[in-house]
Design a protein around this ligand. Structure first.
Ligand code: FPP
Length: 240
């Protein structure tokens, strides 16, 4: 894909004029993308993982240094073992590459979700990557074995153990996303119009953007369309 540097600069200028600092993606449509090309579903996830890398890079280029993606939900274990294993292998490879390129890309990786439900070796690699990259300036949150309701229950249990008064700020801080601000924009690809248990608390004032484009086909022009749409939204946060 040929990308005009000027287009990136123009979009960065658009971003600067908005409150857009954190984008979350529901990367839907990998399976359909593969099926349309007579490929196994796993090939769609592979293309999706590759696209994730380029979208994160593009987000950084346009001045968005916090990205959250929904990689694997608590419900995704219901999928065939072959597909689940393929996604876990992709994650394994993704983590290895992220470790290898740590010095160049400056990304801090944080995994949102219950690591105890993962294979111990993968969970350890997630923690290792988090530790290795903890001082980097850009943020990529990867929701893995994540469910928004489970996250709220987990946070409430922690707060109940602590005891005392509970404020909204306390609850926000006890979530897996306690280290970052809420997303300003949530993008869902592949034509579904729901949150599917993603960032339920954090989505309270996020702008939502839905597109029919399948995740592996979501490129610069699609990101620009989402950002431009966001730039026209009036965010009132309950005010007038
Ligand atoms: C939804 O598409 C996508 C997923 C459930 C998995 C997303 C996983 C990746 C992009 C790759 C692994 C992630 C990383 C961070 C390396 P779908 O399978 O539901 O698509 P469909 O609705 O067309 O069937």
């Amino acid at each position: 894909m040929i990308m005009e540097q000027q287009e990136i600069i123009a979009l960065r200028e658009t971003v600067e004029k908005t409150s857009l600092r954190h984008i979350a993606f529901i990367m839907d449509g990998n399976g359909r993308w593969a099926t349309r090309q007579n490929l196994p579903r796993e090939a769609g996830h592979r293309a999706g993982a590759d696209n994730l890398k380029s979208i994160v890079r593009l987000c950084g280029d346009i001045g968005i240094h916090a990205v959250t993606v929904y990689a694997f939900s608590t419900e995704n274990w219901k999928r065939p073992a072959l597909e689940v294993n393929a996604i876990m292998q992709l994650l394994d490879r993704f983590i290895a590459e992220a470790k290898a390129s740590n010095d160049e890309n400056g990304i801090r990786y944080v995994f949102l979700g219950d690591k105890s439900g993962l294979k111990p070796a993968l969970a350890a690699k997630c923690t290792e990557l988090e530790q290795l990259t903890k001082d980097n300036h850009s943020l990529l949150n990867i929701a893995l074995n994540y469910g928004g309701r489970a996250e709220l229950v987990h946070a409430c249990r922690q707060l109940a153990e602590r005891g005392g008064e509970i404020t909204e700020a306390d609850l926000s801080a006890a979530l897996y996303t306690g280290h970052c601000a809420d997303p300003d924009l949530i993008v869902r690809t592949a034509g579904e119009y729901r949150l599917s248990n993603f960032l339920l608390w954090q989505a309270a004032y996020a702008e939502l953007y839905f597109t029919d484009v399948l995740w592996p086909d979501f490129h610069f022009a699609d990101l620009r369309a989402a950002v431009e749409e966001f730039s026209h939204r009036k965010r009132r946060f309950g005010g007038v």
